[in-house]
Write a protein that binds this ligand. Structure first.
Ligand SMILES: Nc1ncnc2c1ncn2[C@@H]1O[C@H](COP(=O)(O)OP(=O)(O)OP(=O)(O)O)[C@@H](O)[C@H]1O
Ligand SMILES: [Mg+2]
Length: 272
């Protein structure tokens, strides 16, 4: 197994892309204070892709995710979902944050039912949907607990259940497991991979971890330091492997080395 470069901007025709990102840039502030977080970026994501974005701290990964989520507005360019411009948050995009995004005053069931309730669904139906997704992430028995009564890993599972309850077309995940211990992370990564295999959802996953990207992704975009641009992109097939020790297999380690090398080259360059 190996990773192969692919042309991220022409991954698929724009008319067929699940997510079509065209000329997307973001500058925060103006004049001497301006921070160019993302320079114009083209990126096509096909239906069912598991796209991982890796890159150094501050290269614009969260900015990219926030633009796709509709939490930020672009300075230039567009993001289209199934051909329609994104102009704000929407139920067809489920977002999972790094941590701490649960409502502490609501129990698990209410947290997970929040999305459907906000979309105007009845309490009974929203709770039914919430219980079904809690079942999917193995937390049905914890529905009436409050977030503080759960471990960090369980809280992240609730976050995932919440993002899934509206049955979104795209999942947007910003380092969702970064704050967890290694063992919990590995368990949840395997679960996410299964969830993707089962549901075929399109996933945009932000991470610092090259290993995580290789384990999960169908496609990996490597970004360069600020201002964020795509440095390289790879088609990856390690996520098809059934080998429980895949992350220490020689070809996996070689792929990791290639990406580390790319990021290392950038680390020596001056900021533009
Ligand atoms: N709301 C904001 N106002 C001003 N500058 C911002 C804002 N959000 C992000 N930035 C700047 O944009 C750049 C990119 O930030 P971003 O959070 O997207 O990076 P990142 O790749 O997610 O980093 P990390 O890996 O540390 O999470 C940074 O220089 C940051 O200071
Ligand atoms: Mg970030």
């Amino acid at each position: 197994m190996t990773i192969e470069p692919y042309q991220w901007a022409v991954r698929c025709p724009e008319t067929e892309a699940k997510l079509a990102i065209r000329g997307l840039s973001k500058t925060f502030g103006t004049g001497a204070e301006a921070v160019h977080a993302l320079v114009p970026l083209d990126l096509m994501v096909a239906d069912g892709d598991f796209l991982c974005v890796v890159g150094p701290s501050g290269c614009g990964k969260t900015t990219l995710l926030n633009l796709v989520a509709g939490f930020e507005t672009p300075s230039t360019g567009t993001v289209r979902l199934d051909g329609k411009d994104i102009s704000g948050p929407g139920a067809e995009r489920g977002v999972v944050f790094q941590q701490g995004a649960l409502f502490n005053w609501m129990n698990v069931l209410e947290n997970v039912a929040f999305g459907p309730r906000a979309c105007g669904e009845s309490k009974a139906l929203a709770h039914r949907k919430a219980l079904a997704t809690l079942d999917m992430v193995g937390l049905k028995d914890f529905a009436l607990k409050y977030p503080y009564q759960l471990s960090g890993g369980m809280q992240q599972r609730v976050g995932i259940a919440r993002a899934l309850t509206n049955d979104p077309q795209v999942l947007l995940m910003d380092e969702p497991f970064a704050a967890l211990d290694q063992q919990t992370r590995e368990t949840l990564l395997a679960e996410i991979r299964q969830l993707w295999q089962r549901t075929g959802k399109t996933i945009l996953w932000i991470t610092h971890s090259i290993e995580e990207a290789l384990f999960l992704a169908t496609h990996i975009v490597v970004m360069s330091p600020r201002p964020g641009r795509v440095r390289a992109a790879f088609r990856s097939r390690f996520n098809e492997s059934k080998d429980p020790l895949i992350t220490v297999a020689p070809d996996f380690v070689e792929a990791k080395r290639q990406i580390i090398h790319l990021l290392g080259q950038d680390a020596n360059k001056e900021e533009v």
